[in-house]
Design a protein around this ligand. Structure first.
Ligand SMILES: Cc1cc2nc3c(=O)[nH]c(=O)nc-3n(C[C@H](O)[C@H](O)[C@H](O)COP(=O)(O)OP(=O)(O)OC[C@H]3O[C@@H](n4cnc5c(N)ncnc54)[C@H](O)[C@@H]3O)c2cc1C
Length: 385
């Protein structure tokens, strides 16, 4: 077996401490998540108690600085957690959204008082977070969001609707992308945190999806929701710049999830084709099977090297917008290709939910859509040429 940790750009960065953290993650996902995931798929969300357990194990917001109550861990810990979650195909818990996508906005743009209000609870799992950018009328075109936040004395009054929001049912704190100056385009965009118990805030349906069955994805409604002015993150009108600064990490996270899914798909498929027989011999003895798997394994290896290189760059703060876009679009396209080919090698069993490859198939498709569609990724890359 090809050992990535010995040859990729991350090889020299792993320490015994990272290995211990991987063991903790593996134990947690094997014991606390894997046995219950099918039930959570039926229920459409994971219980809040799981978040507390993850907090107790130190699996939430690991990279928050020690002075803010965190462990001050490097981002490689976050990567390890995503990989271990991907290994058991547990797409339900929205930990990565909380760890890698929402918490950076608090870490980078919150005041000391805001950090003290929110970060300790985010680390313990008492406070689950979400970020609400997308609206029924606009997704890719973020500048066109219509949710408004009007200043009224020392409060903002928020009106509007969001959709497709991950952690939407469970979230206790939502970073809402809204317009504080609707006439100013991108420059009128601000990020305002809304607690889940504010009057006028309503959660809509837990949306029924093709995959990610255990993950809650929701519509959110804001009807004259009043929040104190100190819930604004950073300055008024800074929202678009803040999003542009943080979205590359979100895209890299999706690439890390993609390569974890690719490797899991191959592992399950290789085991299956050795077991399953047709015409009196194991499926792997057909040249087509071996050639197909040889091609997929090669592509997976190239992808792994590329993703690890992007992670290493990100750790050095050198990954730019185009680089993150390349990683997101190319690995998620590959994920869908690999998973589809692997499902084919399973025959009819591949289409049955009880087989891991079926779950991988259903869960993979959205990777090309969220975090910015792959078409938007090509736009971002194209602009730099
Ligand atoms: C499961 C799931 C979870 C999600 N989680 C969140 C979340 O937590 N928070 C959040 O804010 N959003 C979330 N989203 C929303 C997601 O980010 C959007 O769906 C995505 O950005 C696309 O927006 P849209 O659906 O409005 O599609 P549209 O923008 O309407 O795009 C439709 C099609 O047009 C193409 N298109 C649009 N503009 C261009 C262009 N300029 N050039 C070429 N093609 C273009 C797109 O690529 C796509 O193929 C989630 C979505 C899903 C499905």
């Amino acid at each position: 077996m090809w050992e990535r940790s010995k040859v990729t750009a991350l090889a020299s960065l792993y320490t015994p401490e990272h290995t211990m953290f991987r063991d903790t993650c593996r134990r947690f996902f094997e014991k606390e998540v894997k046995p219950h995931h099918a039930q959570w798929e039926e229920e459409g969300l994971v219980p809040k108690a799981l978040w507390r357990k993850a907090g107790e194990q130190g699996l939430l917001c690991m990279d928050v600085a020690e002075e803010d109550g965190g462990a001050g861990a490097d981002w490689l810990h976050n990567v390890i957690l995503i990989e271990e979650q991907g290994r058991v195909l547990a797409t339900g818990p929205g930990f990565s959204l909380h760890n890698d996508i929402t918490s950076p906005y608090i870490r980078h743009y919150a005041t000391e008082a805001q950090k003290q209000r929110w970060l300790p609870k985010m680390i313990s799992g008492e406070m689950i977070t979400a970020i609400a950018m997308t609206e029924p009328g606009t997704g890719s075109d973020l500048q066109s969001v219509r949710t408004s936040a009007r200043k009224d004395g020392d409060e903002y009054v928020i009106n509007g609707a969001k959709t497709f929001i991950t952690n939407g049912q469970n979230a206790d704190l939502i970073i809402v992308v809204c317009k504080t100056d609707p006439g100013a385009g991108a420059k009128g965009t601000s990020l305002i945190c809304v607690e889940g118990d504010r009057a006028g805030f309503k959660r809509g349906r837990n949306l029924e999806k093709v995959g990610l069955k255990a993950q809650d994805t929701s519509e959110l409604f804001f009807d004259n929701v009043r929040v104190p002015a100190e819930n604004l993150l950073g300055g008024e009108g800074m929202g678009f710049i803040q999003l542009m600064q943080q979205l590359p990490q979100e895209r890299l996270v999706i690439a890390v999830q993609a390569i974890a899914a690719i490797e899991a798909a191959l592992e399950h498929t290789i085991a299956y084709v050795k077991e399953r027989k047709a015409f009196g011999k194991p499926i792997i003895d057909f040249q087509n099977t071996r050639f197909k798997l040889a091609e997929l394994k090669t592509k997976a290896t190239v992808a792994r090297v590329f993703v690890d290189e992007c992670v290493a760059k990100h750790l050095r703060k050198e990954l730019d917008v185009a680089g993150a876009a390349m990683a997101k679009y190319w690995t998620t396209d590959l994920q869908c290709e690999v998973v589809d080919e692997c499902l084919q090698l399973h025959g009819g069993y591949g289409y049955m939910w009880e087989y891991p490859i079926a779950r991988l198939y259903a869960d993979s498709r959205v990777q090309k859509i969220y975090g910015g569609t792959n078409e938007i990724m090509k736009e971002l890359i194209g602009r730099t040429l």
